[in-house]
Design a protein around this ligand. Structure first.
Ligand code: HEC
Length: 138
């Protein structure tokens, strides 16, 4: 509960909000400080070519975040503690204490649930009349 309060009060919810705690917008990654990494990407700019899309990334959902490391688009961060501290620093200009970080991480771990299950369709066995795949879509 303490971590949930810190998550809300420090402003994480400006971007990570709604039922998925994210997924709803593209936001700048590195609002107060630049994120530095070995293989820095340019974000949505790579798709649109618009200068205003530089370093915009889709805000990821935080559901099951405990299970989906490594973190960030470049997969350079392995621990949730470190990811939370980076987010505080570069997105909100906040230095969390170790206790605050542990609280937020404890809150994030309450978002762990069943992984989505996908049922694949069973196609009937092939026979001589089965149409061949047409790579040209004609
Ligand atoms: C200004 C918007 C914004 C704010 C505020 C923000 N985030 Fe983020 N968050 C993002 C974006 C965008 C990414 C994706 C970055 C990337 O993929 O490299 C992200 C990624 C993350 C990730 C890694 C997710 C993954 O799947 O790799 C975690 C964990 C996270 N944020 C937690 C937090 C916490 C905790 C706070 C508050 C301290 C916070 N965020 C504040 C926009 C924000």
């Amino acid at each position: 509960m303490r971590g949930y309060q810190t998550f809300k009060q420090s402003g994480c919810v400006a971007c990570h909000n709604g039922e998925l705690l994210g997924g709803g917008s593209f936001q700048k990654f590195g609002v107060f400080e630049q994120y530095t990494t070995k293989n820095l990407a340019e974000g949505r700019f790579a798709v649109t070519g618009k200068p205003e899309d530089k370093m915009l990334f889709k805000v990821p959902t935080l559901r099951n975040i405990e299970l989906t490391y490594p973190y960030f688009h470049d997969g350079q961060v392995n621990s949730l503690e470190e990811a939370v501290q980076i987010m505080g620093k570069i997105q909100l200009n906040k230095e969390f204490t170790d206790a605050e970080t542990a609280d937020i991480v404890a809150f994030l771990k309450t978002l762990t649930g069943d992984q989505p299950k996908f049922q694949y369709p069973h196609l009937p066995p092939s026979n001589p009349n089965t149409p061949l795949p047409n790579p040209f879509g004609k």
